[in-house]
Design a protein around this ligand. Structure first.
Ligand SMILES: Cc1cc2nc3c(=O)[nH]c(=O)nc-3n(C[C@H](O)[C@H](O)[C@H](O)COP(=O)(O)OP(=O)(O)OC[C@H]3O[C@@H](n4cnc5c(N)ncnc54)[C@H](O)[C@@H]3O)c2cc1C
Length: 478
């Protein structure tokens, strides 16, 4: 509904307004339209958010090119002639941008208009608890506002950074060609995926990480396995190095470690995390509380303002597209229906799309074991499919309670992301490893890794006192 204000800019009223047109904002407005209401999206730049423009889509497109480039260089492993591709990054970047444009059609504003959703473009800021203003566009009022403004790169206080210039995920995908030598500060998922992209597309890569292992949030065995793979590919990794100083030197940049070691690179990529994007929203005007830079929400995702929910990367939860979508649908449900539902992260997986892939759900093995759980591990070299495909690096770990209920799983290995999906399904619906063992898996597939783990669990049961009695009975009967 549109009214006229004295200022000549219109006043719009909607049943629900999503601020931000990334995955969280798009899904919340789609959810609201499914419920028969009249929603709008206010987006600062383009629909699609980080995921489409500067995150999942460009990084996964480049990873696909970089992995093929690596496979071509190592084709002899599969009995084929090796080819060394050249000029990789320019053409791979071009392909990535074409793919991004293709996927952007899914987020075309016209598609949303056809669903009864009004997209508006501009920077939204709160005027009062149920009203937003967008400069040059109008005033927007709603009883239900979904904050979905995502996150932005966290820039650490490193001396000399501004003079030196640096890259983040926001501009790295816009380069025409990748630098000959790049220093990456931060060895989390973004830093490690980018390291493999650059290295496999021909750049020399040096990683600096302040913690004493890469991918610090992952199972330590997974981190070590990936670190060895990256080292074997020629990536340099400097752990326990909190970089506090960089310097420009003509066209080059110098990264200075706390021990005063100096590394000369062409570019610096900051992969030091992401923080909620809230500073232009004027949240005080809407009585929305912030805690440590994060919008404070209840488990139902409602903020301190009962008409505003915060979803996706902005609310400080796990920063993934599938979490953004899950939180968006939970918030929309709670915005329109009674008996609010809580968000539940315990069965939410994540994947790092390196080669090999890393994936995880639930508790890590050490967290699970501290609660009395047992962990079962299958190495990929035991799987026939991994052997036929020449992908024997890695392993699968599943931790289970006394009844065989799955508490968590970590995988590093070929198609590790796909292999995790049935484990997530089993975990979410309380299936036990004996039930998995009772299921037929096709041969030869990586999915057999799950079956093998279940069989190890069954074997361990036969080693218990009860199992010994059962074995004695079988011997006696036969
Ligand atoms: C390099 C990289 C790789 C990634 N890879 C993966 C992956 O493989 N899988 C995965 O699940 N996740 C991945 N992610 C994370 C994923 O991109 C985010 O979790 C996801 O985009 C979050 O969605 P969102 O809607 O919360 O925020 P965003 O996608 O950031 O969208 C927020 C939107 O809000 C807009 N906005 C901000 N402020 C305002 C305002 N005041 N007014 C109007 N609009 C505003 C922004 O312009 C933006 O379009 C990756 C991230 C990065 C950086």
């Amino acid at each position: 509904m549109k009214h006229r204000e004295e200022t000549t800019l219109p006043l719009y009223e909607y049943d629900l307004i999503s601020v931000g047109g990334g995955p969280a904002g798009l899904i919340s407005s789609i959810g609201a339209s499914y419920l028969g209401s009249r929603p709008a999206i206010i987006e600062h730049k383009r629909l699609g958010g980080d995921c489409l423009w500067t995150g999942c889509v460009p990084s996964k497109s480049l990873l696909a090119s970089s992995h093929l480039s690596h496979a071509m260089k190592h084709a002899e492993k599969l009995g084929l002639q090796t080819i060394v591709p050249t000029e990789n990054s320019r053409t791979a970047l071009e392909r990535m941008r074409n793919i991004r444009s293709k996927i952007a059609l899914h987020d075309d504003p016209e598609r949303f208009r056809k669903m009864g959703i009004d997209p508006h473009f501009g920077l939204a800021r709160f005027k009062n608890p149920d009203t937003l203003e967008v400069e040059g566009v109008g005033t927007f009022k709603s009883k239900r506002i979904i904050l979905a403004t995502g996150a932005r790169p966290k820039i650490p206080p490193i001396e000399g950074l501004d003079k030196c210039g640096y890259l983040t995920y926001e501009n790295i995908f816009e380069l025409e060609v990748y630098p000959n030598c790049i220093g990456i500060i931060g060895a989390g998922p973004v830093g490690i995926e980018m390291a493999q992209i650059f290295n496999r597309l021909g750049s020399k890569v040096v990683i600096f990480e302040m913690k004493n292992r890469i991918l610090n949030e992952e199972d330590p065995d997974v981190s070590i396995c990936m670190q060895n793979i990256l080292l074997s590919e020629g990536i340099q990794i400097h752990l326990g190095n909190q970089i506090e100083k960089v310097k420009a030197d003509g066209y080059k940049k110098i990264i200075i470690t706390p021990n005063n070691e100096r590394f000369i690179v062409d570019s610096i990529l900051l992969a030091t995390g992401r923080e909620p994007s809230i500073n232009t929203l004027n949240l005080e005007a809407a009585n929305i509380d912030i805690e440590n830079g994060i919008v404070r929400t209840a488990s139902t995702l409602v903020t301190s303002n009962k008409g505003v929910w915060a979803v996706g990367d902005v609310n400080g939860g796990p920063q993934f597209t599938h979490v953004a979508e899950y939180s968006a649908s939970t918030a929309v449900r709670n915005a329109f229906l009674p008996f609010a539902k809580s968000i539940e992260y315990s069965c939410v997986p994540h994947i790092i799309f390196t080669d090999p892939e890393i994936s995880h759900v639930g508790l890590t093995s050490s967290q699970a074991e501290s609660k009395g759980a047992k962990t079962f591990r299958v190495d990929f070299e035991e799987l026939d499919r991994a052997i036929t495909d020449g992908k024997t690096e890695g392993f699968l770990k599943i931790s289970v309670d006394r009844r065989g209920k799955i508490l968590g799983s970590s995988i590093i290995g070929y198609r590790g992301g796909e292999l995790l999906q049935p484990i997530v399904l089993a975990m979410k619906h309380g299936l036990t490893l004996p039930q998995v063992a009772d299921t037929v898996f096709a041969y030869p597939t990586m999915g057999e890794g799950l079956k093998r783990t279940a069989m190890s669990y069954q074997k361990s049961r036969l080693e218990s006192p009860l199992g010994s009695i059962l074995k004695k009975c079988i011997t006696w009967l036969n």
